[in-house]
Write a new protein. Structure first.
Length: 491
């Protein structure tokens, strides 16, 4: 058996390949961004062939960086941006369309029609999800209705649907598969049976012939057919947020993590039984290891957090690079009563308001770019608190601490404000590549590289903890002002 485990981390803005050792430490790493394609307002696409090419390129680069070969890798896992939807030709492998990204809102009219016919929660009992443009099922239906010949080819099994995990697995191994976590985000799977549901397929008008086989998150799927990993086993697949939950070792009910990326995603392990949300959260599959029963989670999905910083950089030119936001925000003592609600594609959890629109509230002649920068960072923390409040209401479990990961956790100002506005400690682990690490853990478990979850827990260690330092009076005053700003964003 090889001495290392690899993970493809295919995210919204970039693709990475990371090699880990048995202690969960990063041995080698390579990363490359891909284009964000915006054909129309509200539409967001990726080029599947660019993603595939970047994946192979980063695998090669990471291996070369440490002079590794396929023989050094015991297995690899895949973690991916989840609801992003692809359709490709079974024979040629050519995509029939650009991938429709999870942020895309082109199916808003379909969502409204379905909701008029049965309410926004008409599928929640079976899928754990409200009707929203976020999920894959309606994106696939849009493709079938708008790509010439796509429906006939899908019905004949000649066109294949998948989220990004399926696209990569098919190109690596020739297998048309997905795992329970990604399947649970399509709104086509019954979360109790972990299988495609005929009633849902009929309601969404999706042919079963185009769908991948649903497999556990940790099992040996097959061998990779191409260099530089030819012969290495693909043995783990997890949606990115579930992978971060695994990477943070949240294996007990009540343990939670938040990933701060393009969006932010807070997941709490709820154990072997799904918890139906009454507070605007998602009930989702957390993971399934081999033949064990699946584990479930409650999730609060926030569409825009790190993307707001990118918007200030790219659209407004307020900063030169994303890391500059912290310095700019730190030039003021507070937000100057400025609040930003980044509802660029509506608001996700716990509001689920497709009609919400972004706004900046509280501007005066006193306001300047430092206040805007600080309000942008604070918007992330406020949205996370919205989700925490909902999660505590649903689960009946008070959040004792929040494990954090993702690209924004290096921002000390944000992490302190997050602890302040939650009134709870925020913890950053020593290894922050938790999404890729979760995929590596899933693959390693399947091939015996790690014995069990207890062995993986031994790898987890704290890098830094932020303790709340804000008074209760100021905390609640600020949060009340945020809630008022959110109400103003509703159309």
């Amino acid at each position: 058996m090889g001495q290392y485990i690899g993970a493809i981390d295919q995210g919204t803005s970039s693709t990475r390949f990371i090699v880990f050792d048995k202690s969960g430490q990063v041995i080698s790493h390579a990363q490359k961004e891909h284009r964000q394609i915006f054909p129309q307002p509200g539409w967001v696409e990726h080029d599947p062939l660019e993603i595939l090419g970047n994946s192979f390129e980063m695998i090669g680069a990471a291996l070369a960086r440490c002079n590794l070969s396929a023989g050094d890798i015991a297995a690899i896992g895949i973690t991916n941006q989840r609801e992003t939807t692809l359709l490709w030709d079974k024979v040629s492998g050519a995509p029939l369309h650009n991938a429709i990204v999870w942020q895309d809102t082109r199916v808003d009219s379909m969502v409204a029609q379905f909701a008029r016919d049965g309410g926004q929660d008409r599928f929640r009992a079976k899928t754990g999800l409200p009707l929203a443009s976020y999920f894959s099922g309606l994106k696939l239906r849009w493709m079938l209705e708008n790509i010439p010949g796509a429906r006939l080819r899908a019905e004949a099994g000649e066109a294949l649907f998948g989220t990004v995990d399926s696209w990569l697995a098919w190109n690596l191994t020739g297998l048309h598969i997905t795992d329970v976590t990604n399947a649970s985000r399509t709104q086509l799977m019954d979360i109790a049976t972990c299988d495609w549901d005929d009633g849902l397929l009929a309601d969404f008008d999706i042919p079963r012939a185009c769908l991948p086989e649903i497999r556990p998150s940790s099992t040996v799927y097959g061998e990779i057919r191409h260099a530089p990993l030819q012969g290495v086993r693909l043995a783990g697949m997890l949606g990115d947020q579930q992978a971060a939950l695994v990477g943070q070792n949240c294996f007990a009910p009540g343990e939670a993590k938040n990933t701060y990326g393009t969006g932010s995603f807070l997941l709490m392990n709820t154990g072997a039984a799904p918890v139906v949300s009454k507070a605007g959260l998602l009930t989702t599959l957390a993971y399934q290891f081999g033949s064990q029963k699946p584990c479930y989670a409650l999730e609060g999905a926030i569409a825009i957090t790190g993307a707001l910083v990118q918007w200030l950089r790219d659209n407004l030119g307020l900063i030169g690079k994303s890391a500059d936001i912290e310095t700019l925000a730190a030039c003021v003592e507070d937000n100057g009563d400025v609040y930003i609600v980044p509802a660029f594609s509506g608001l996700f959890a716990p509001y689920w308001r497709a009609d919400a629109r972004g706004l900046i509230a509280g501007l005066t002649r006193f306001s300047h770019k430092g206040h805007i920068a600080r309000a942008a960072l604070e918007a992330t923390a406020y949205q996370v608190r919205d989700v925490v409040e909902a999660m505590q209401n649903d689960s009946g479990i008070a959040l004792r601490e929040l494990k954090s990961d993702g690209g924004m956790v290096g921002n000390e100002l944000l992490m302190q404000f997050q602890a302040d506005i939650l009134g709870a400690p925020v913890i950053r682990p020593r290894v922050t590549e938790t999404t890729a690490l979760g995929a590596a853990y899933a693959a390693g478990l399947a091939v015996g590289y790690w014995r069990d979850t207890d062995e993986m827990r031994e790898n987890w260690a704290v890098d830094k903890t932020w303790q709340p330092a804000m008074s209760e009076t100021v905390r609640e005053k600020n949060y009340t002002a945020w809630k008022k700003a959110v109400l103003k964003s509703f159309a």
